[in-house]
Design a protein around this ligand. Sequence first.
Ligand code: CTP
Ligand code: CA
Length: 220
Amino acid sequence: LVAFLAPKRLVGRRVVLTAGPTFEAIDPVRGITNSSSGRMGFALARACRQAGAEVVLVAGPCAQPTPLGVERVDVTGARDMREAVLAALPGSDVFIGVAAVADYRPAAAQEHKIKKSGAAMTLELLPNPDILAEVAARDDAPLCVGFAAESRDLDRHAEAKRVAKRLALVVGNLVQDGLGTEDNQVTLYDEQGAHPLARASKDVVAREIVARIAALLAHR
Ligand code: CTP
Ligand code: CA
């Protein structure tokens, strides 16, 4: 019913999103990942679809059902996620990075299981590509939206990310307010400033983010 009643703010628009964590293999049985249920990204993909958009959702490993009418591409590591995003990007009007991308990956994934030796061990890590910053820096960049989950100084960090990555909008929240929970309390940061939203379910928050994105698209 909500889907049917939702205002069709994104008709004719193509939206690409990332969601969930990435998983960076250390060996066949171990890896580095981030905490992310994927719920916020999947809720946002669903809200974009319900608003009439064509939606491609590039998802890291997470156990969320694919929203109706959404094209889902499953990926594992940040580099696969980047490839899938670049492949989906042509013709898109909006890119939303919701994924909790691992900032580093092991320098080399071992082919066989690492055996313990009892001694201390060091794992060499390499930086992963910043998918959102790369998309936003393109000449043909769509409207770019980022997320900032911080443990402190939310206003400062979220605003800094918006400016540094040249984003139209950043959705910020304190990790203690949204991680692994059913609802979320977020603040929207755009050129006009900070707009705190009321605590609500991730579906309601997603619809408010869609309304903001539609307004920003209209002024582009
Ligand atoms: N992001 C991305 N690719 C990365 C890292 C982050 O696309 N390699 C995106 C996330 O999806 C999110 C935004 O960038 O939309 C901010 O991610 P976050 O981890 O909060 O910021 P970082 O720039 O990685 O900075 P830090 O982790 O040091 O706070
Ligand atoms: Ca990061």
